[in-house]
Write a protein that binds this ligand. Structure first.
Ligand SMILES: [Zn+2]
Length: 248
């Protein structure tokens, strides 16, 4: 039994959400954290939770989705603060040019302030922005969270862990060109959260297909192989990690 701590279950990606959720539940994925990225998807995440209590809502304004962002939209998080399990996904992305670094940092920081105010964990996206991400999260030491889709160095992993953050590990770990296994070898399982980032980042052997939460098993198996633990043992520890961070 595993929780998918990071997915994007929206109509835009999945024709039949009911079928997707049923299939995931049947394969032992009983809980999922559904991450919004902008005003529209945040609303959808809330709607889906009304129908499926085990698809938990996280609301956030993601750095690659700021074209439609207006500051007043942040009230969407405040109004729903008691209903959501995290603020996410939020963060910084300096990968695709052009990007507005100052706007990204401002929106990220405003959401860190809300996390502090409402005592909510954060789900952080950080790509090519490690230094700025660390600088900002250091300003909010009472806020805890996860660095989603972590694929950095061991040194960076240790900085995040020291700051009290967990690392979200997904299908990237199974990619043949990934060196992430070297980091996994050295960090404790207590710092790992499993995620799929569905519909993206489908693990091997299904790379190239659309991802879904039940593919989490391929990521889990890879970690078991690296850490020489059983699936049961991994499930026990990672589920405990989930409950440490999220009220689900
Ligand atoms: Zn995501």
């Amino acid at each position: 039994m595993f929780t998918d701590t990071h997915c994007h279950i929206y109509k835009e990606y999945y024709e039949d959400i009911d079928k997707l959720i049923e299939a995931s539940n049947a394969k032992g994925i009983k809980k999922m954290i559904n991450n919004g990225v902008d005003f529209k998807s945040n609303n959808e995440v809330l709607e889906i939770h009304k129908k499926y209590q085990n698809i938990y809502p996280a609301l956030g304004f993601q750095p690659q989705n700021l074209e439609t962002f207006e500051e007043k939209q942040l009230s969407q998080i405040e109004i729903n603060a008691q209903k959501i399990v995290a603020i996410g996904e939020i963060g910084l992305d300096y990968y695709y040019e052009p990007y507005d670094k100052e706007l990204q940092k401002k929106v990220f920081e405003k959401q860190m302030i809300l996390a502090e105010k409402y005592n909510l964990p954060v789900i952080i996206h950080s790509r090519k922005a490690t230094e700025d991400t660390i600088e900002i999260i250091k300003k909010y030491p009472s806020v805890k969270g996860v660095i989603h889709s972590f694929s950095g160095s061991l040194e960076t992993a240790n900085i995040y862990i020291k700051l009290g953050y967990k690392l979200g590990i997904n299908g990237v770990l199974t990619f043949k060109n990934s060196n992430l296994y070297k980091v996994i070898e050295k960090i404790p399982i207590e710092s790992i959260l499993l995620e799929t980032d569905s519909p993206y980042l489908t693990p091997e052997p299904h790379r190239g297909e659309k991802n879904n939460p039940s593919n989490i098993i391929f990521i889990a198996k890879k970690i078991c192989e690296i850490k020489s633990v059983s699936l049961e043992e991994l499930s026990k520890i990672t589920e405990k990690n989930v409950n440490e961070l999220f009220d689900i």
